[in-house]
Design a protein around this ligand. Structure first.
Ligand SMILES: [Zn+2]
Length: 182
């Protein structure tokens, strides 16, 4: 049994409209939910001068924070110590999303913070059609026949619980997870 790894985060909304109100609360609730990454031995602590940042910003600023990733003013990313979430997606979800907005937001937080924890996209985006998608699948782009899902699947938690991947990776050229359903 490994000791919990402590992840210190600052949460920052660079927006002030009603559509993004409550961002901090959703991030904190999502990351401290028992269904989330804490099930893989991570504990999340929130403080203003923490080394890792979760930022909600408009497209141009997310583009800047994500470089050299090309997120095209639409997508979100994790880039080293920064998780940058696109404010328009936070307000409206993505065109392919079939779940509700609250579920989308929790998926977005767990997906991008999953990258911060060193987790990669799965080799197969939807391993079991009609079942919940892996949280590390690119659900914003396409559900591929899976159900929208904001929480890490059991095998994703088992994978992350090995604590084998370095935290807060920098730019990587589309690596895939070596983990999958068992
Ligand atoms: Zn991703």
């Amino acid at each position: 049994m490994q000791l919990p790894v402590r992840i210190e985060l600052q949460v920052e909304a660079q927006t002030a409209d009603p559509g993004t109100a409550g961002f901090d609360d959703v991030v904190r609730e999502t990351l401290t939910d028992p269904r989330g990454w804490q099930g893989a031995g991570f504990t999340f602590v929130f403080r203003d001068d923490a080394p890792y940042r979760v930022v909600l910003a408009e497209g141009p600023e997310v583009d800047r924070l994500c470089r050299p990733y090309d997120v095209g003013g639409r997508f979100s990313c994790q880039n080293g110590p920064v998780v940058a979430l696109n404010a328009d997606r936070w307000r409206n979800a993505s065109p392919k999303w079939t779940g509700d907005l609250d579920t989308y937001r929790r998926m977005l937080v767990n997906h991008e913070v999953g990258h911060l924890l060193g987790q990669h996209h799965p080799a197969v985006q939807c391993p079991r059609r009609g079942q919940p998608a892996p949280v590390m699948a690119q659900q914003s782009s396409e559900l591929n026949g899976c159900l929208p899902n904001p929480w890490p699947l059991r095998w994703e938690l088992d994978c992350a619980a090995r604590h084998e991947e370095p935290l807060a990776p920098g730019y990587e050229n589309h690596p895939r997870s070596s983990c999958g359903p068992t």
